[in-house]
Design a protein around this ligand. Structure first.
Ligand SMILES: NC(=O)c1ccc[n+]([C@@H]2O[C@H](COP(=O)([O-])OP(=O)(O)OC[C@H]3O[C@@H](n4cnc5c(N)ncnc54)[C@H](OP(=O)(O)O)[C@@H]3O)[C@@H](O)[C@H]2O)c1
Length: 516
């Protein structure tokens, strides 16, 4: 059952709208019927008409407005899953709609046309109702002629700024009247490292604060976080983070103000900005971060969130960490631990592309089912309910040639016991020990010596100079349907800490991210 958040008209506006005039409630939505679809709001429009039309809105109704929404379920072939619609659905997070013109709305509900890579949000702005208001309202009503003088009031708003620019295209002298006293101070929400983690991270170890950002200077830009990455290394690197600092992490952010031509407004960047909602950056490589801050490459219509997942650091970790460290050959047997996570699920699929037999080890049956049924892993083991030491030799009767190790600890000891002579081991991580757990390990040297194993650890930053190669190859594999991905999204910047601890406990399938 999907729950929609909805703003209802609770008390008639009397003068300027006041807190409590609208009320946020939750509403259960019925399952969709044939001909219907379920759309999830992504961008909601905020328009002056919402105040002007208020006397016509019945009390208790969903408040009026347009939105750009993503179709997440559909029984209507004209409105397929994954497409975006612009609809007069009102102030609500989820909507069941029939599609087609909405009889109650004056504007049509349409699938978003191809915006040629421009952001979908323009569907309620420049390429939607306000843009058409400017276009038709100026040209059809006033029939301007080059050389004339045009005055636009409300000149810096959605309609006014567009009208003035059409005026310039038509050769007019344009005078704009607007009302601002200077640039607005932006407040960033920031998670600070307040108290050193002791074992598993606890509420209060990180603290959410607000920080005022200075106006941007020449060469700088202001970026607003859209997707924040949640990664195991955030726990592993904690001893290196100074207390009081912004907590470490990568994010996909949208540039909302810029005085740097290489980072223009509207573009997305992937940056090691930390756990913060807004960042003033200079662009270019961040000397404090090992990974480059870059404008997001063209993802050919795939979601920008992949910039911190399959088409970002974890994807490159899988690509370089498997291929450059273990040099796999078709027919060999690969074991991946942490197999249903961002890196592990990707490694196993590259293994399949390279013709390997792939065995994944992960911590829930739901994860195993995904690995086997959807990603094509050959065999899977639930390390929480099965005896890996008994099961692995049966699933790998010819032994293990390559081990991609994400977890360390007991699981890795057992895999080592099953390695073939001259086996190769890519040590990517050791999450079983990140919270200070005592290792119960064997003496691995015996296996290493007698089987003449090659073991190599790596940090993905080693391949910074080949970063785009990894992203382009992974992108091609995704477009070809050879690499599939899943994201576990947590909504709300204020839920970062919860998303982080959920991931450490294995709550994620695929990449864990926070959607602001
Ligand atoms: N070397 C590098 O440059 C580099 C870069 C990126 C990531 N990494 C490492 O790669 C590993 C995977 O990272 P990721 O981003 O893909 O994270 P992830 O696998 O998406 O998420 C972490 C997963 O670890 C598993 N886990 C937690 N505690 C465990 C334990 N005690 N034993 C076994 N599994 C446990 C959980 O899945 P289950 O349900 O299966 O337990 C959890 O979902 C991590 O060790 C990370 O530090 C290294």
């Amino acid at each position: 059952m999907v729950k929609a958040k909805v703003w209802k008209y609770e008390r008639r506006f009397d003068g300027f709208p006041k807190e409590g005039d609208l009320k946020l409630v939750e509403e259960e939505l019925p399952p969709i019927k044939d001909g219907e679809y379920l759309a999830e709001a992504v961008y909601l429009s905020v328009d002056p008409y919402m105040r002007a039309y208020a006397p016509k809105v019945p009390l208790g109704a969903t408040y009026i407005g347009q939105q750009v929404a993503r179709i997440i379920e559909s029984k209507n072939p004209d409105f397929p899953v994954g497409k975006y619609v612009v609809g007069s659905f009102g102030w609500r997070s989820h909507t069941v709609s029939k599609g087609g013109p909405d009889p109650a709305a004056t504007l049509p509900t349409t699938v978003l046309p191809d915006f040629k890579g421009l952001p979908e949000s323009l569907g309620v702005g420049t390429l939607g109702m306000p843009g058409n208001t400017a276009y038709f309202g100026l040209l059809e009503i006033t029939h301007p002629k080059a050389g004339e003088t045009l005055v636009v009031s409300g000149a810096a708003g959605a309609v006014g700024s567009h009208v003035g620019q059409i005026g310039k295209i038509k050769g007019l002298k344009v005078i704009g009247i607007a009302g601002s006293t200077g640039s607005k101070m932006v407040k960033a929400k920031v998670w600070k490292y307040e108290r050193r983690f002791d074992g598993f991270p606890k509420e209060g170890d990180l603290k959410l604060v607000e920080e005022e950002l200075p106006p941007i200077k020449d060469g700088e830009y202001l970026a607003e976080a859209v997707y924040l990455s949640v990664d195991p290394y955030m726990r592993a690197y904690a001893p290196k983070v100074p207390l009081g600092a912004t907590y470490i992490g990568q994010q996909v952010a949208r540039i909302i103000e810029s005085k740097n031509p290489d980072f223009p407004v509207g573009k997305y960047v992937v940056g090691s900005f930390g756990w913060r909602s807004h960042t003033v950056s200079k662009g270019g490589p961040d000397p404090a971060a090992t990974l480059p801050t870059t404008v997001l490459p063209d993802f050919k219509g795939l979601p920008e969130s992949l910039g911190v997942g399959t088409l970002g650091m974890p994807g490159n970790t899988a690509y370089f960490g498997l291929l450059e460290i273990t040099h796999p050959k078709a027919g060999e047997t690969l074991v991946v631990s942490g197999a249903a996570g961002a890196v592990g699920s990707h490694v196993g699929q590259i293994g399949k592309i390279k013709g390997l037999k792939v065995i994944g080890i992960a911590g829930s049956d739901k994860k195993l089912k995904w690995l086997k049924d959807e990603l094509g892993f050959d065999e899977v083991i639930n390390y929480k309910t099965e005896d890996v030491a008994k099961v692995l030799p049966k699933l790998a009767p010819k032994g293990v040639d390559i081990y991609f190790d994400n977890v360390g600890g007991e699981i890795s000891d057992i895999v080592f016991d099953n390695m073939n002579d001259f086996g190769r081991i890519s040590v990517c991580g050791g999450i079983s020990g990140y919270n200070g757990e005592k290792a119960k390990g064997n003496v691995i040297q015996l296996n290493i010596v007698f089987k003449q194993l090659s073991i190599q650890g790596f940090l993905v930053g080693r391949w910074t100079d080949r970063w785009l190669e990894g992203i382009q190859q992974n992108l091609q594999w995704v477009l070809d349907g050879k690499i599939k991905y899943k994201e576990t999204r947590t909504k709300g910047f204020e839920n970062m800490f919860k998303a982080f601890t959920d991931m450490l406990k294995g709550g994620n399938i695929g990449k864990a991210i926070v959607e602001v």
